[in-house]
Design a protein around this ligand. Sequence first.
Ligand code: EPZ
Length: 427
Amino acid sequence: MDQFFIDGGKPLKGGVKISGSKNAALPILIATLLTDEVCVIENVPVLLRDIRTTFQLLESLGKKVISQNSRVTVKPQASLKTHAPYDLVKQMRASVLVAGPLLARFGVVRVPIPGGCSIGLRPIDIHLNGFKALGARELVDQGDIILSSRELSPGRVRLKFPSVGATENLMMAAAALNGETIIENAAREPEIEDLGRFLISLGAKVKGLGHSRISVLGKPVLHGARYSVIADRLEAGTFMIAAAATQGHVELLGADPTHLKDPIAKLRACGVKIKTGLRKITVISNGKALKPISIKTGPYPEFPTDLQALWMTLMCLSAGKSEVEETIFENRFLHAAELLRMGASISVHGNHARIFGVKKLIGAPIMASDIRGGAALLVAALAAEGHSVLQRVYHIDRGYEKIEDKLSALGALIRRANDSRKISPSS
Ligand code: EPZ
């Protein structure tokens, strides 16, 4: 298993190109199941493990996927199957998104129940209730959910919580139905808007993107399209926080500041200077101690749960006491115990964490347990004094393309070991 060797304490300096968004690319690739024509998707972060798993998933269902740099072509190859294989679903929960397009097109779909993961139980009841509101029946067999409907019909669905995945699943189903479906209390994340724009490019009519009431006017036959995925706001947020934590000066190229309004406001409140432009964010540290700023995660446009762990790392380095409240996932503080091993002072009570800033973090052997918690530990190691070994890097590889190469180019001393790929210059 790969690990990172990191010698911390060097400010990150320079420019970094932000990749295409993983969480936008995943549903967009899956939405190609809605058409029998060719789709060309640009700006896909093709090196990510979850994107590779999505290619395998599409191929297992009958598509042919050709990827060249960040351009992915999805073509029809065989008649589509309606049973997603367990081996792929267990690797990536987002596989459940195949349910919407396949159920709407073929009247039946069989998907293994994804199960929980290290950040929480993650049920799919909101997805299922949405399909049932459109006329589907549900049956559980051998750990799979079988959804079927003689005729799924467009209609009105109200989500009990603005779930990102459920909104996407229902939007995709609605795009293949003849008529208008309204999704109320829909998620408003930029990735939802990106999926909506892709569905429009396939021929559906989608209104209300970015709002909590989305209308999709679908049609049974959608055409192929060429589309470019938005930049990854979570990768951009990670580099912003890494720059602030290491007292650096970093320019994020391609990042969209309008997708990161709350994190940018919070960083400014800490005393970090941030300049924004069209597809560019520059983070400039002022050399002074960071002010402690508390956050509470929430559905977009509130503070993203995916940057919560990173914020905790930053607050470990602030001059005072702050609080972090996680409201989206029930178990997303696993990184806190690892930060303690680096000299942090954190107490956790349920979904609240209290952080007392320390003068410095100290390098240590540490272990990632999920994508963003792993990234938070990586940033802690970059900011810490001394040497760290970060294990279970495969979690980070699910969400960040060539992160050690991007960090090395910014001056970080980081090296991957046990890797078949070329190793970046050693510290
Ligand atoms: C998406 O997950 C993202 N994944 C996650 O990013 C992100 O953390 C999350 O949205 C929240 O923003 C992808 O886009 C592939 P949800 P998703 O459905 O769709 C509960 C990362 O690090 N819930 O909005 O699974 C659920 O348990 C990943 O890149 C139900 O109870 O998120 C959770 O507590 C991790 N029933 C909350 O809602 C349901 O049917 C939010 O889940 C669905 C969700």
